[in-house]
Write a protein that binds this ligand. Structure first.
Ligand SMILES: Cc1ncc(COP(=O)(O)O)c(C=O)c1O
Length: 399
């Protein structure tokens, strides 16, 4: 294969052999809910650039916040130092989650790694160092780093990366998980398992997790957080009080890599002590608390109030079933699942050609197996959703 620009840029989860020939898009510009590619096509970003974009691409308020902050303080380490943007964001995220301390990281997976280590550290500090096991839901996905793979339920991770993986227990398969004395934490995706194809988890499945005492609870809100399922955070609809909440993706409005772990006072305090006690949290990333990313996140939080984002989502939510009805009725669709603005549409035909046809009709999505996803930016209009449904119906007719 000739070595060209494409081959130098090695893409994630992408077969590079013949990649250029596959005619994948090169996105050069974006505005609102639209992505523009180098060939001149304008497409609706029906997956919010993999569940990141919240208020639309290039929102002027976020762009302004980013450029102002870049000119003021681009970056300064968070190791033993802080900055006003990270401080304010920590304050506001604690208020939004009713938790007590925010630890910043980069991507979602690095927030998961930090949360797993916090759980181990917590139990060591509590005099229960035997609590070293983690519990996950069936079909879980929490990211691609070593710890995150261990609490994921992805066959290809196990077959390729077994030497890196510390196996977790499957919540559904192991009885009495809450009573075991070797479990450090239960990690869960609230309501929607996005990477499993927008799989919905019945609220009753979480009921047992309300019991106390129990191992720590880690809510992974990386995909579901910031209004995607309706409320600001999906766990808030489940009556659960997690000890740790992982945020990512939409935290910066979908503009810059930023993630966070929100912790209760109880967990935070387990790491306090005299300097010589060596109890501090031994974990950190170079760009933790990056002021530009935090400025974007603060502007995004402001937009939730200024643009009544959650009210808009509630209005769309009330219309979604009617909007999706033509797909439910389609002979090549077996199921349409949805929580808020996260929808999965299972089809009987190979999904990638359908996505290709959909792209030609002005809509960008990425199949997961035989599931086509619709996870639009929260600012999307009713008409944009209707146009997506019409285009997908047409693409399925043509399949
Ligand atoms: C629920 C969940 N957790 C964690 C991650 C990992 O986030 P990142 O890709 O930012 O590392 C993802 C990514 O899709 C996710 O959906």
């Amino acid at each position: 294969m000739p070595v060209g620009y494409r081959a130098r840029h090695w893409l994630p989860f992408t077969q590079m052999s013949g990649f250029a020939a596959a005619g994948a898009p090169t996105f050069v510009r974006a505005s609102g809910t639209t992505l523009y590619d180098a060939a001149g096509a304008a497409v609706f970003d029906a997956i919010s650039s993999v569940w990141t974009t919240i208020h639309g691409h290039g929102h002027p308020r976020i762009v302004e916040a980013i450029s102002r902050q870049a000119a003021t303080l681009d970056h300064a380490t968070s190791l033993g130092a802080t900055n006003p943007l990270a401080d304010e964001l920590a304050e506001r995220l604690c208020a939004a989650t009713a938790l007590d301390a925010a630890f910043f990281a980069g991507d979602g997976a690095s927030a998961i790694e930090a949360a797993l280590k916090m759980a181990l550290g917590y139990w060591q500090a509590c005099g229960e160092p035997q609590r070293v096991r983690f519990v996950r839901l069936r079909d879980a996905y929490h990211g691609d780093t070593a710890g995150a793979m261990g609490v994921s339920d992805i066959a290809v991770f196990r077959s390729r990366y077994a030497p890196l993986i510390v196996e977790s227990l499957c919540y559904e398969d192991v009885a009495g998980v809450l009573e075991r004395d070797d479990v450090a934490a239960i990690v869960f995706e609230p309501r929607v398992q996005a990477a499993a194809g927008m799989r919905l988890v019945a609220p009753e499945r979480y009921a047992e997790l309300r019991a106390t005492p129990r191992p720590l609870l880690i809510a992974d809100e990386i995909a579901t957080g910031f209004g995607r399922t309706g409320p600001m955070f999906a766990y808030q609809q489940l009556g659960l009080a997690p000890d740790l909440v992982c945020l990512g993706k939409g935290i910066s409005g979908g503009t810059l890599a930023l993630s966070a772990v929100l912790a209760t006072q109880r967990v935070y305090e387990a790491f306090l002590g005299a300097p010589e006690a060596n109890r501090q949290f031994f974990h950190g990333h170079s760009y933790a608390g990056n002021p530009i990313a935090c400025a974007a996140a603060l502007a995004s939080l402001d937009l939730f109030a200024a643009e009544r984002t959650l009210e808009h989502v509630a209005e769309l939510d009330a219309e979604m079933d009617a909007l999706l009805a033509p797909l439910r009725a389609h002979e090549r669709v077996t199921e349409v699942r949805r929580a808020g603005l996260m929808a999965g549409i299972d089809v009987t035909v190979p999904a990638w050609p359908v996505a290709g046809e959909l792209y030609a009709r002005g809509h960008f999505t990425r199949p997961i197996g035989r599931t086509l996803q619709l996870v639009p930016p929260l600012c999307s209009t009713r008409d944009e959703i209707a146009a997506f449904v019409a285009a997908l119906t047409g693409a399925l007719d043509a399949a």
